[in-house]
Design a binder for this molecule. Structure first.
Ligand code: ATP
Ligand code: MG
Length: 340
């Protein structure tokens, strides 16, 4: 196991008031996976990341990174271990007065990297992040996406075992976000680096994560493979995040009664591409109109939702629902509401 978090909690005292930033949490992050952590502002995501990064001490519990209990390390060993944990941030945290090259050189020097190898290491890193032509530029002359590429190059300089990303794409537009997430995925695959990524956007989780934990009020309230969480969210916060992606609401002008119902069908895995709709039209004496529909590919597997307005006799609608319930790979879905 790459990162073992056992009974870890963190509390702060501000003006005598106790803030439970992280309630007792036990969590295993697997070696080589991309683990996403999603939650609203104040949920405790950054707190958890800072604990893994050894920037803070937990109030209770212990954290073990690749077999080393962090709480038991002497200051010097702690510093060495910290170099094996890279971190990138929403605001990039580059040194404005240094060029791209010097920004990376700075961390290599600080870690007493073999001097002779520094220039070739920097070149290698810049080529990896696609910035070889920008090595003499200053941060102020770079786009947000390019700045984050420098951030990534710098975080990888000391060949870390773990890369922590705190809202690394939150300051970027959607297209740039995608290219940065692609780069993170490539780094994960090519070097086997474990990535822990925190975000408040389900879109980010959908693009890159293998597993996801949903955090609210200092607690991880749901955790599973990304596909499982998207297809069967349990907690209301998770449902709200899934709703953000699929964006379903029943149009207000639709009149609902026993002979006019809205049914949302969920299509799982390969069934997302099957011809069930055809069968509904053919086998049931109902008027069926499509109100909304969407297929997303999550971990390369399709997950589809289709919202239908069904009009017909009550028994016929009941028969149609029964057909859905009896069919493999499709389910009737509830409409997840937005979170207030
Ligand atoms: N150094 C600190 N001193 C006091 N309280 C803190 C400190 N750091 C965090 N907190 C509190 O702990 C809680 C969790 O904060 P944290 O920064 O972990 O949230 P977050 O999920 O990262 O939020 P965001 O999405 O806004 O970054 C918040 O209530 C915050 O005010
Ligand atoms: Mg935060």
């Amino acid at each position: 196991m790459a990162i073992e978090i056992t009974d870890v909690s963190k509390e702060y005292f501000v003006k005598g008031k106790r803030i439970e930033a992280l309630k007792k949490t036990t969590l295993s992050i697997r070696e080589g996976e991309i683990f996403g952590l999603i939650g609203f502002s104040g949920a405790g995501k950054s707190t958890l990341l800072r604990l893994i990064n050894l920037l803070e001490q937990p109030t209770t519990g212990n954290i073990n990174v690749n077999g080393t209990d962090l709480g038991k390390l002497a200051e010097r060993d702690l510093r060495a271990k910290r170099q094996k944990i890279g971190m990138i941030f929403q605001q990039f945290n580059l040194i404005e007065t240094k060029t791209v090259y010097q920004n990376i050189e700075f961390v290599l020097k600080a870690s007493s990297y073999d001097k002779k190898k520094v220039p070739s290491r920097i070149e290698e890193l810049l080529s990896l992040v696609g910035l070889s032509d920008k090595m003499d530029s200053y941060p102020k002359n770079l786009s947000g996406g390019q700045k984050q590429r420098v951030g990534i190059a710098r975080a990888l300089a000391n060949e870390p075992e773990v890369l922590l990303c705190d809202e690394a794409t939150s300051a970027l537009d959607p297209d740039t976000t995608k290219t940065i997430l692609k780069l993170l995925k490539k780094i994960n695959k090519e070097f086997g680096i474990t990535i822990v990524l925190i975000t408040h956007e389900m879109e980010v989780i959908k693009e890159v994560a293998d597993r996801v934990g949903v955090m609210t009020a200092g607690e991880i309230v749901e955790m599973d493979d990304v596909y499982a969480v998207f297809s069967h969210p349990e907690h209301k916060v998770t449902k709200g995040f899934v709703q953000d992606i699929y964006d379903f609401t029943i149009p207000p002008h639709i009149e609902l009664n026993s002979e006019s119902e809205v049914i949302t069908i969920k299509f799982l895995n390969e069934h997302a591409e099957a011809n069930y709709v055809n069968q509904l039209y053919r086998h049931f004496d109902c008027d069926i109109s499509i109100l909304n529909g969407r297929i997303e590919y999550i971990q390369d597997m399709p997950l589809g939702f289709l919202m239908l307005h069904i009009k017909g006799r009550q028994e016929e609608i009941a028969r149609l629902k029964q057909f859905i319930d009896d069919s493999k790979g499709i389910e009737r879905a509830e409409i997840y509401g937005k979170i207030d």
